[in-house]
Write a protein that binds this ligand. Structure first.
Ligand code: ZN
Length: 72
């Protein structure tokens, strides 16, 4: 439940799952167990973002657990 320094992550707040079937961005400061962040990194599908807006601009959907639907 913290920011990661593994895989491609270097302490950034946001992590996008580049898996073609997921395409979601997670907020590591609000991470839940449902996010399965470590599994994403283990699969090599993590992409770091410092800005939520940038991840959204790249086409990632909000994770329903840590960010939610249309609130941000
Ligand atoms: Zn999440």
């Amino acid at each position: 439940m913290a920011r990661r320094y593994a895989g491609k992550m270097n302490g950034e707040r946001y992590l996008a799952n580049t898996s073609w079937s997921k395409r979601e961005v997670h907020d590591l400061d609000s991470e839940t167990t449902n996010c399965q962040i470590d599994e994403i990194i283990r699969a090599g599908n993590e992409k770091p973002y410092t800005s939520h807006a940038t991840a959204k601009a790249d086409g990632f959907d909000n994770c329903a657990y840590c960010i939610g639907g249309s609130t941000r």
